[in-house]
Design a protein around this ligand. Structure first.
Ligand code: NAP
Length: 294
């Protein structure tokens, strides 16, 4: 048995991903890493009821708090679950969630990128054999009207006045994916890192929480960007369980199909600067992560 940590597994895509892994096999132990334990326990009961598989644990994690992320990593190590195999960086918030994290960073950048950056870095040493990191990005890293990357300082600053913070955070997810892929290859680790786009899902809490409604006309306009929750949940689960993603790394999977991400997302200089700043912002020490990663 091996452990897969899924952030934000209490609802939407994370829940569907957990469900599909549990339905497929008894070989995985799912740790639902969620900010609200009550919601997570309720979702855990639903998952057991649906899948008849009890290989699930719940742990508290607030990605917008770097101390919560550090606490999670410590508690996870103490919990002595089966060996760590996978991390699905799924939790995310939309443009309607403004504000500042307790560490002083922009809430969207802090939650969608920085929290997952630190979480992954702290947990990597616990992956002893093969492993998989799957990062849920979005095709909104490449919005219909294009995107200009303003640099990491602007994104981290809660007072910066840009209106595409969500898209920028999903671009950061890709910079992180590609930079981590390179660094793991350099140090010879057999841990793959791949990114995923579930497509526009109107039936998760994501748009409900942001009070966003899609008219029939809008859905027609974005038809090629629409995802189906059950299918995207299965496709994401496949990235954890199917052999292919143990052999391929640094890829972008769009609803089950590997495609290139935007040209901007392959900008190495941006990715390197984001990595460097993320290390500084999180005060990540080389002894806290894999040897040679920093
Ligand atoms: N829905 C879409 O159209 C769409 C499209 C492309 C990509 N995505 C991506 O898909 C992922 C999942 O979204 P979803 O559609 O499934 O939305 P969702 O139902 O709102 O799920 C988001 C999850 O993230 C959790 N979360 C939010 N802030 C957190 C924090 N600070 N710490 C820990 N967990 C936190 C939420 O917890 P609570 O339940 O406590 O709020 C929830 O479990 C996100 O990364 C999103 O960017 C979604």
């Amino acid at each position: 048995m091996k452990t897969v940590i899924i952030t934000g597994a209490n609802s939407g895509l994370g829940f569907e991903c957990a469900k599909n892994i549990l339905l497929e096999s008894q070989d995985y132990f799912i740790v639902m890493a969620c900010r609200n334990i009550e919601k997570a326990e309720k979702a855990k009961s639903e998952l057991i009821e649906i899948t008849k598989n009890e290989n699930i644990g719940v742990m508290q994690l607030n990605l917008s708090s770097l101390s919560s992320v550090r606490e999670f990593a410590k508690d996870y190590e103490k919990a002595q679950y089966p060996p760590l195999f996978g991390i699905v960086c799924n939790a995310g918030i939309s443009n309607s969630n403004g504000g500042t994290t307790e560490d002083g960073f922009d809430m969207i950048f802090g939650t969608n990128h920085l929290g997952h950056f630190l979480l992954t870095a702290l947990l990597l040493p616990l992956i002893k054999g093969d492993g998989r990191i799957t990062v849920v990005s979005s095709d909104m890293h490449n919005p219909p009207n294009g995107l200009i990357y303003p640099g990491v300082e602007v994104l981290a600053d809660p007072d910066s006045e840009i209106n595409d913070k969500y898209s920028q955070s999903k671009l950061c997810n890709l910079y992180f994916t590609y930079e981590l892929t390179g660094k793991l290859s350099e140090i010879g680790k057999n841990i793959t890192v791949n990114a995923f786009n579930p497509g526009l899902l109107t039936d998760t809490n994501f748009h409900v929480n942001s009070n966003r409604h899609f008219t029939e006309e809008a859905m027609k306009m974005f038809a090629d960007r629409v995802g189906v929750l059950s299918e995207s949940g299965k496709a994401l689960a496949d990235m954890v369980t199917k052999p292919y993603y143990g052999e391929h790394t640094g890829k972008y999977n769009d609803r089950g199909k590997e495609i290139p991400s935007s040209e901007l997302s392959y900008n190495k200089e941006n990715a390197e600067k984001l990595w460097e700043s993320s290390v500084n912002y999180t005060k990540l020490q080389s002894e806290e992560t894999l040897d040679g990663l920093l």
